[in-house]
Design a protein around this ligand. Sequence first.
Ligand SMILES: Cc1cc2nc3c(=O)[nH]c(=O)nc-3n(C[C@H](O)[C@H](O)[C@H](O)COP(=O)(O)OP(=O)(O)OC[C@H]3O[C@@H](n4cnc5c(N)ncnc54)[C@H](O)[C@@H]3O)c2cc1C
Ligand SMILES: Cc1cc2nc3c(=O)[nH]c(=O)nc-3n(C[C@H](O)[C@H](O)[C@H](O)COP(=O)(O)O)c2cc1C
Length: 778
Amino acid sequence: MNINIIGAGPSGLYFSILMKKSNPAHDITIYEQNRADDTFGFGVVFSDETLGNFHAADAPSHDEIIENFAYWSEIDTWFKGTMVRSDGHGFCGISRHVLLDILQRRAMELGVTIKFMDRVNDVEALRDADLVLGTDGVNSVVRELYKNELGATVSFRPNKFSWMGSTAPMKAFTFIFEENEHGPWIVHGYRFLGNKATWVMETTEKAWLAAGLDKADEAQSAAYLEKVFAKHLHGHKLLTNRSLWRNFPIVKCKTYVNGNVVILGDAAHTAHFSIGSGTKLAIEDAIELHRCFQTVGDNVPKALAMYDTERRTGVEKIQHAAETSLVWFENIDRGLKMDPVQFAFSMLTRSKQITYDNLKLRDASFVDKVDRWFAGTIKAKGFDIPQDNPPPPMFTPFRLRDMVVQNRVVVSPMCQYSAVDGMPNDWHLVHLGSRSIGGAGLIFTEMTDISAEARISPGCTGIWNDAQTQAWKKVVDFVHANGVAKICMQLGHAGRKGSTQLGWQESDAPLPLGNWPIIAPSPIPYTPANQTPREMTRADMDKATAEFVAATKRAEQAGFDMLEVHMAHGYLLATFLSPLTNRRTDEYGGSLAKRLRWPLEVFKACRAAWPKGKPMSVRLSAVDWAPGGMTVEDSIEIAKALKAADCDLIDVSTGQTVADQKPVYGRMYQTPFAEAIRNEVEIATMAVGNIVNADQVNTIVASGRADVVALARPHLADPYFTLHAAAEYGYALQRWPDQYLSGRDQAYGQAQRAREEREALRKAQKPRSVMQGKLAAE
Ligand SMILES: Cc1cc2nc3c(=O)[nH]c(=O)nc-3n(C[C@H](O)[C@H](O)[C@H](O)COP(=O)(O)OP(=O)(O)OC[C@H]3O[C@@H](n4cnc5c(N)ncnc54)[C@H](O)[C@@H]3O)c2cc1C
Ligand SMILES: Cc1cc2nc3c(=O)[nH]c(=O)nc-3n(C[C@H](O)[C@H](O)[C@H](O)COP(=O)(O)O)c2cc1C
């Protein structure tokens, strides 16, 4: 094949090497605008795992790379003058210059032609080759030319960064956080050659402007930063090399292919430097594209089509992790009040790839430090918990007003669609009863309605009459008599999503027969198939407020420990909050303050009717996942108003406001919103949504992303989630019902054996890292 490659970065060079190796007859030319030894920047970093891939793809260049890297296994986090070290990670740093030199020499040795100082401006002129590669980096001319065909977008992040270096000693992958009168300053640092290290500088735009760096040249910027990081530089200078301040561009493409042209590396997608994966992605693109040609032969359209589909998932996963990571750095203000140990834990777990259990495997002493610190904070709140052998964070108690929950696990509210005329029955007793035996600290009822018309479906529970109140009392009494769990009533009104079928029928669709009239802030149906709700009058609001208050009093009579007002998921109060569903022009629509007016009035009325010593929460849909809808900034403002009205906790969910929402699902996908509200508003939060195991609960609680963690579907599959988690962690103080004590001993024994087997298997299977092998040989 005749192959033209635009750009001699890692992706272009690596692809040329692999193709020439498999078939020396390929005629490959690379056009590079720079000189052979002319490269920007300092060092790049790879993980242990990435090097394994390089070894499999091309052993000679891999061997040369490992001869030239700096290897370390620790991540050091400097915060408030303290260093917290976490070990067991495994990285190598190599000079970008050296890396390119190795790849250039290897490519030329195999017969690839590299035309240096040959900038391509006319991409079309090179298209007569069989295959054209756009590997021309982040400012790609190829992407720009075909941006419509590729569906390419470039968006810029708000923080400022600059790539610098230093000879100051740096042992590990190092994050340094400093704060001065202008704002926060961050170093992402790693050694790459002898005593040289990369220092990527990052700060907020506000701090950058306040420090006058918009008017500073490279030398002035370096001089300013030398002062900020003086105690870490130990008298060394900061080195610059085209170290301009930039905003990180996020590049995404709908397709990487246009005819016989394919774009790879930074031209096609970027991943933020905080997870150090740009060069890894670029080289792995090359490996994957080569694999496609190996699979289909020299059939360019087939190979490119295969690459386009098969490469996407891997790239998007890394881009998603990188975005979660960069958002953490952009919101650094939220963490500045944390203790250094929690701050380091939060930083390490920011992109969700590293968790509590995972860190324990890497460095048990670090997680022990986290557990001890966390247990210390609980003791400081007056709880008697062991300090020498502290429990995992999920098994620590938590107080809201006079209510103390024994652990951080919550059974999330879940409609059972099993009531008749709103009456809870034996199903609800057994369902909630068995979950309370299952060890969770707090159990929520399903959304329980304030009137018959407020129901979502004919199967929903209510609390608008005495009989219902007595039936709920039976459930509450069982929970209190048979375990340590506390129980919270979730009160709601379905609004425009009312009068619909049971959850396992056609959910959200109207009833075939017997529909009742529904109300909402504005007469907009949920979908064209749903009833159009009647626009509420002030008299309707007064009636609903009174029903909320009456239901609150009944919840107290039934003995509930806590009360939640449901303002999420597109139900009545939520539809007042969202601009997508509230189009009113009176004092209950328009600005956020006006949209919040009635929901806040309801909350305050319920709060006044609910005992002072008992806590109240509100469930919010923090974002609507739809253009023009609620944003996290809106939710932060709402949470502030609720806090001022004596709300104790925000239960942070998202979406379900409009039918055409576009949520971005993933592990713990709603937790960042709980984190934002908790740390911006300084109010307790409950995280929920695709949190599936105890490891994630520990990660969320220890990192200060939420105070308690709700699991819905996992509790349907396993009512004894918390008892099983206690056995898994060998946490001996978890209370089991007396009736089940003999089961407990067996469960702990089995969990212990399973732990030992897993550990033995892990040790036997773990491939010896290339770098550890190298270090051992030296
Ligand atoms: C601050 C910072 C820190 C980073 N840290 C890391 C890290 O730690 N680890 C990591 O793996 N990655 C890191 N990266 C990312 C890494 O530098 C890139 O992701 C990687 O080099 C991308 O490789 P590439 O092959 O796509 O293109 P590039 O390396 O960008 O190479 C593109 C090449 O194309 C040439 N070119 C451009 N236009 C033309 C043209 N019209 N004609 C001819 N030639 C052209 C350029 O001169 C260049 O040589 C970092 C990036 C930044 C900005
Ligand atoms: C069967 C079922 C019923 C639900 N009913 C309610 C409810 O009554 N009130 C509520 O706020 N959320 C309800 N939800 C949402 C859950 O509380 C939770 O927020 C959501 O399922 C995400 O958590 P998960 O990923 O742990 O399942 C329900 C979820 C399920 C699966």
